[in-house]
Design a protein around this ligand. Structure first.
Ligand SMILES: [Zn+2]
Length: 270
């Protein structure tokens, strides 16, 4: 599943490729991809792509009169060619642009979703604050954690307080903070939360910077899926030595997700 940094890369790549293009026609091959299907095509025709942004893992395309919100979910990706025809059965929506190019949405699992809205804030009101929003402070995190009985892993995955941390980056944040992911968050002191806050920003900034350097690769018509990864310190390293203490990393299940932890470096706070 693309995580926030990959989605950010997709947004920046689309920006370099199709900004200011006008949508001339739309083909929806798979209606389930599109929320409130009625008038989807009609609302998009003749709209100009004015800018792009991202909220959590949602891609937001700013059009002349509305916004198109897209969530890639598990396997969603874009590619561009010059044929309006359906290249394969995994292409679900195609956008004919005014420069003879066509933007295709491909998704082998069909879990991705698209929605047209006039009000992005209302449509995405359920998701939490961005890691790079100035309002995201240790104090905000502390106040939210004090009221929660979730594990650190479940809390960070929930997207309710802070958005955009998926399974991989939550493991990295817990490891770099030296806190066991099963620690109940109301046990954490402000000094721990300051470290967690710092590591959330550091991990996501590093990953986005890596994605930014790989944008050129995705313009080679191989598709835009933003696939790249941060140098992972703990995630997917079961049985390998911890980079700090050399003891083996173990894999456990926390919040129903495969979770990698060094039980020597990451203590559970009780
Ligand atoms: Zn260790």
């Amino acid at each position: 599943m693309p995580e926030l940094p990959e989605v950010e890369t997709v947004v920046r790549t689309l920006e370099t490729l199709i900004l200011q293009r006008k949508i001339e026609d739309v083909l929806v091959h798979t209606p389930s991809i599109v929320y409130f299907n009625d008038g989807f095509k009609e609302q998009l025709i003749n709209q100009t792509i004015q800018s792009f942004s991202r909220r959590g893992k949602y891609i937001i395309i700013h059009l002349s009169d509305c916004f198109l919100i897209i969530h890639l979910r598990m396997e969603g990706r874009f590619f561009i060619n010059t044929s309006f025809e359906r290249a394969n059965k995994h292409v679900h929506v195609s956008f004919q642009l005014d420069d003879h190019r066509v933007l295709h949405y491909q998704d082998t699992r069909k879990f991705g979703r698209m929605l047209i809205t006039d009000d992005v804030n209302e449509s995405l009101s359920h998701i939490g604050i961005e890691f790079n929003d100035p309002a995201f402070t240790p104090k905000l995190l502390f106040d939210a954690m004090r009221k929660s009985k979730r594990s650190l892993k479940a809390f960070l995955l929930s997207q309710e307080v802070i958005t955009g941390l998926g399974n991989i980056y939550v493991d990295e944040v817990c490891f770099r903070s030296r806190i066991h992911p099963e620690t109940i968050v109301n046990r954490l002191k402000l000094k721990h939360i300051k470290i967690i806050h710092h590591e959330i920003k550091a991990v996501l900034n590093e990953a986005i910077a890596l994605g930014g350097s790989s944008i050129r690769t995705y313009t080679n018509a191989m598709g835009i899926d933003g696939l790249f990864q941060l140098q992972l310190q703990v995630h997917m390293r079961a049985q390998q030595p911890c980079i700090v203490c050399k003891k083996p990393i173990i894999k456990i299940i926390v919040a129903n997700r495969g979770t990698y932890v060094c039980t020597h470096c990451q203590k559970e706070l009780k």
